[in-house]
Design a protein around this ligand. Structure first.
Ligand SMILES: N[C@@H](CCC(=O)N[C@@H](CS)C(=O)NCC(=O)O)C(=O)O
Length: 211
């Protein structure tokens, strides 16, 4: 398999972390979303990362769909999510909220980078979506065990939360103060100290130099 995209994307990183934890062999192609867009477009006309090229040539897009396929490959005993029931629903809920925050943070980054005058109506809407969803997640994270949303075992919810938090803290340092979200800050620190988070990692950069 080939994973296309850089690990400064919270979505690419969550897939890279799952592939690594699942010990599935893959080649990482750290193509930049903008600098390498022509290469990405030849594989995926949607021009988004993560893009996962399967061994049979099938091309998968969207981190949630990709993880669903990887979970299916490793089976319910190893998947980083409960197979069924309330814990699965809760994990999907947290993943969707955290991914939604990441989506809105990406929108804010693009708005600042690609417009001379960012549209204030869009910026204030995205900011409210980011900040108020972080506040909700912080309150709920505080009620959960210290090690992870469901206890000691890492889940997709823990990973998406952590990759989103790292992205938001690096891409929007002026807009988001982690001191306002102590439970999320602790979650981020705990995850980023784990070996897989250190290995599958890249500091945020909108237009990194080509390798
Ligand atoms: N829902 C998608 C979001 C992926 C996404 O937003 N990727 C960004 C990089 S962080 C991207 O490719 N942006 C370029 C574009 O959308 O044209 C997922 O979970 O994979």
């Amino acid at each position: 398999m080939q994973l296309i995209g850089q690990y400064d994307s919270p979505f690419v990183r969550r897939v890279g972390i799952a592939l690594t934890l699942y010990e599935l062999p893959f080649e990482h192609l750290p193509w930049a979303g903008f600098g390498d867009v022509d290469r990405i477009a030849r594989v995926n006309p949607l021009r988004r990362v993560p893009t996962l090229v399967m061994d049979d040539g099938q091309v998968l897009v969207d981190s949630a769909a990709i993880l669903d396929c990887l979970d299916d490959m490793v089976g319910p005993g190893r998947a980083l999510i409960a197979a069924t029931g309330p814990d699965r629903r809760e994990a999907l809920r947290v993943c969707a909220l955290a991914a939604g925050v990441a989506d809105k943070a990406v929108s804010l980054v693009y708005e600042g980078a690609f417009r001379d005058a960012p549209a204030e109506i869009w910026v204030s809407r995205c900011r409210a979506q980011v900040l108020e969803t972080l506040a909700l997640l912080d309150r709920q994270r505080a009620e959960r065990p210290a090690e992870g949303w469901f206890g000691p075992g890492l889940t997709h919810a823990d990973v998406m939360l952590a990759t989103m938090l790292r992205f938001v803290s690096e891409a929007l340092p002026a807009a988001v103060a982690f001191v306002d979200y102590p439970a999320l800050a602790a979650h981020s620190a705990h995850c980023e100290a784990l070996p897989v988070f250190k290995t599958v990692s890249q500091p945020f950069s909108l237009t990194p130099p080509k390798p």
